[in-house]
Write a protein that binds this ligand. Sequence first.
Ligand code: UN1
Length: 500
Amino acid sequence: MTLDDILKEIGIDENLPHGTDLEVFSPIDGAKIAALRTDTPAEVKDKIGASVSAFKTWREVPAPKRGELVRIFGEILRENKEALGALVTYECGKIYQEGLGEVQEMIDICDFAVGLSRQLYGLTIASERPQHKMREIWQPLGPVGVISAFNFPVAVWAWNTTIALVCGDSVIWKPSEKTPLTALACLKLFDDACARFGEVPDGLMQVIIGERDIGEILVDDKRVPLISATGSTRMGREVAPRVAQRFGKSILELGGNNAIIVAPSADLDLAFQGIVFGSVGTCGQRCTSTRRLFVHDDVYDALVPRLKKAYSGLSIGNPMHDKTLVGPLIDEQAYLAMEDALNKAQMDGGDVTGGGRALADQYPNGFYVKPAIVEMPDGSNVAEETFAPILYIFKYNDIEDAIARQNDVPQGLSSSIFTRDIQEAELFTSEAGSDCGIANVNIGTSGAEIGGAFGGEKETGGGRESGSDSWKAYMRRMTSTVNYSSELPLAQGVTFDTGE
Ligand code: UN1
């Protein structure tokens, strides 16, 4: 499938906003695949205005009917899974299997949101006053600003958007400037769903194309009560105070520095598979990628040489090819960041296997790398997240120490332990265990299902998206007390006699 075929199949070949402001390159070979016009600040303001109007209509549509739009969108995604999956691969470089997986993740969240559209439950609460009823009513919130990253260019938007839509909100999406085509493709497919559905207010879901300055307009606009932002901790540090300054709410999904602990009782075959997928999958560019490995002394020699051997045989190459497991990094900057991190690790006493560029002759403008393993000195740790396939390995001999070191980093997204020992497994998921938002047993750190709440603690930002009750962040909680008596008793037994 060529890029032209894909764009034609999705139907955006003819109506891309061509221009000269933003050039888009495929990480596969560095070729320019599009040049787009970006939104002006005035256009962004207008789109926010349109979003406010769309919200006012949409919030009155019954939630199950809102779910019907999402159901149709899920249907359209099923019809376009291959084309959209391939576009994800072209634009962000993840292997086609993972491109398909990402679209499946969108389909899954559609199904979840459709079910949710009939389950936006509020509580009824016992009132302390006679003939009074208290209840909690969940109301639509308003336009939701979604800021997404290049590495999951479509699924993370879909988590936010499908849930926001069934909650009665409108959406304005600022995708990464590295992946605008997939965003425009999603917009087209969403518009197709709206046409199939029938009456949908104009501007219910809009995309704004541009760089950081364009995102900032969204972040600063009081008409957008919720900003859901995915990206680096640096970005979150800027977004969070700006949104808070205007008393907006934010959902932040920022950096991870995810670790796997391999205990002496671990099934090493399982651990091996989980580690390799977690650390080299998506070329190490998931926020859930495995970055650190704590291996017990007793199994170190059985596991680490096997990992090194596997790393040296990984098929690196064009992510559209069936046999490829490791595609390119997103761009040269990512490659340079990987080189820097490896140099630093070496200076800190790490022993590096792998690393460096691959396939530079074939793809002079594509940044393919050999995934790297770094065996780190005893007692050390790595606090920074580098968005590249680097796996830092540490030895441990005491589980409590391993958990403490796992936690002893600024980030708190994902974590896992491979063990057959129930005491260790339960300790890991206890209050004294992992401090992350995700803590897995006998599963790697990446590849979470949509049904759970996704997000993490500390510098990961504290937000939760996707499954469980994450929907509550996209709604306004109203507490309502109804008095059906002929008296007006005050709460807390207060008397307030006006003498009449
Ligand atoms: C991300 O990298 O921002 O758990 C999201 C996972 C995927 C989502 C990753 N389901 O790895």
